[in-house]
Design a protein around this ligand. Structure first.
Ligand SMILES: O=c1ccn([C@H]2C[C@H](O)[C@@H](COP(=O)(O)O)O2)c(=O)[nH]1
Ligand SMILES: [Zn+2]
Length: 161
């Protein structure tokens, strides 16, 4: 009798892959960020990626990183984590986890804390020395939201779509 498959992906691999897949929808030319919110019993509750708000055209608003603030993406883009929280239609995120490909900024940390999410599993910590990330960690620590770096297995997942 044949046994079960042995090389199935772990929960962490599954949810981080889903977060990164969501990030592939982002039109940001520099950082494509994806999020996946998961319940305590490992059900996917919501997903999101960084992009402009509804009605704000990807072709009209700027994707620049530098220049006058109003000519950069920063003042317009909705972050992946906030989109995932706002996309959730079920009510309460108390106790949930969020998988996100980039360490959350201070604004996302506020939304994560206030939504009741209790754990963050992040991919990259690309901007650790910025005020946004330092403030984020300070608030998360104060609020008791735990965060850990995703421990990559290095496994490659290839999909033909
Ligand atoms: O918590 C975060 C922080 C940033 N983002 C988004 C916002 C931007 O679209 C990019 C960052 O662009 P850089 O060119 O790397 O500065 O990431 C997010 O979704 N969540
Ligand atoms: Zn953010």
């Amino acid at each position: 009798m044949s046994g079960k498959r042995k090389d199935y992906i772990t929960w962490d691999e599954y949810f981080m892959a889903v977060a990164r897949l969501a990030g592939l929808r982002s039109k940001d030319p520099n950082s494509q960020v994806g999020s996946c919110i998961v319940s305590t019993d490992n059900k996917i509750l919501s997903m999101g990626y960084n992009g402009f708000p509804l009605g704000c055209s990807d072709d009209e608003y700027p994707w620049d990183r530098e220049g006058e603030p109003l000519d950069t993406k920063y003042v317009y883009v909705t972050h992946s984590e906030l989109n995932a929280i706002l996309n959730y239609r079920g009510g309460n995120l108390e106790g949930a986890k969020i998988y996100v490909s980039l360490f959350p900024c201070n604004e996302c940390a506020k939304a994560i804390i206030q939504s009741g999410i209790k754990e963050i599993i992040y991919g990259e910590d690309k901007y650790p020395d910025t005020p946004a990330v330092i403030a984020s960690k300070r608030m998360l620590d104060s609020a008791g939201v735990v965060y850990r770096k995703y421990d990559s297995s290095g496994r490659k997942i290839e999909l033909e779509i």
